[in-house]
Design a protein around this ligand. Sequence first.
Ligand code: COS
Length: 378
Amino acid sequence: MILDERYHNFRAKVKDFADKEVAPRAKGLDQKGEFPWDLVKRMAELELLAIYLPKEYGGAGLDILSYAIAVEEVGRVCGSTGIFLAAHASLGIFPIYFAGTEEQKQKWLAPLAKGEKIGSFGLTEPDAGSDAAATQTTAKLVGEEYVVNGTKRFITSGSIADIIVFTATKDPLLGYPGISAFVVEKGTPGFSPGKDEEKLGLRGSITSELIFEDCKIPKQNLLGNEGDGFKIFMETLDGGRISIGALALGIAQGALDASLKFAKENKKSGKPLYKLQNIQSMIAEMATNVEAARLLIYQAAMLKDNNKPFTKEAAMAKYYASDIGTKVTNMAIDIHGMLGITDQYPVERFLRDEKLMEIGEGTSEIQKIVIARKILGK
Ligand code: COS
């Protein structure tokens, strides 16, 4: 795809960081289930934590396409660091930027952009995953405070986050119009992290429960108006799906790169692997899938950057990139043979990390619903 030179320069900067600083850590983070605090600090120094946020709020003042490129490049070497970046920038920062008052933006965005605080997004609950409108967590206004009760689940960076945007309803019977969006800060009495999940992949990232027990949140922490929560979160997820697509793309590119290296360095019956037709066929298929995913993701990013509708395109990008991502990482293992399932090569990690891309921020089935409704005019 032909991109302006500034995107090539930006990619080169992120690629250099990813190759030199993130790649050497990726295997250890995965194996030890260790969160990369040092890399968060470096990403803050490189202005990668809030790429699209205007400079007045502490961001890099770039755009969504640059942000997608950054997630892709980091994800190419480490899915765990990539998902942290995507969750922090798309889910932690965006709803405040999108729906916050000037005062709320001034208070919360700069510390998030500078990495002094970690952001997170609490939507999913034990009984409200794909059906986001089924939120059971309640927020009742008592005087000047909302009293919140409920549990959130599978929240990226949940237990380490300082600033968490979450949904709660006035009454679960009201459906989506009852849902509002709030910010809770770490240390607020009645708010505590529950357990962190042990996961198949993305093991260097944190996925937690969040528990609210009579947690009192000041009225000033409401984002937008009461009842706006569902739409704020849907708009946030539209953008988040671009970044999850970019992460799926990055991981797939990493698997393709590893396969090319392996095919060049190894032989079968004395013949270099890359000269075998079936290996060439697999490489061609993988490369075509990766390039097609890239086009869809960049298209969605450019639409958002140009203030055009992009809900359908973001859903297509996320659906397609995660779908081919799982396929491409699987093929990468096939190219490596038995070695591919050992920890001597990164491709087994890529497959484990890639699987989440089909599930998080809306499953593939949800993306298909979003796409079909847009096409059919619902
Ligand atoms: N942007 C803005 N508004 C949106 C929107 C979007 N992308 N999608 C829906 N809305 C609005 C609709 O326009 C509707 O408002 P009106 O009644 O004023 O027209 C309202 O929100 C309800 O929409 P809808 O009836 O489509 O809601 P559904 O309950 O049918 O749910 C899906 C829609 C399935 C798309 C939604 O629940 C969803 O995305 N679920 C997946 C959640 C998810 O991704 N979870 C991942 C975990 S969070 S990391």
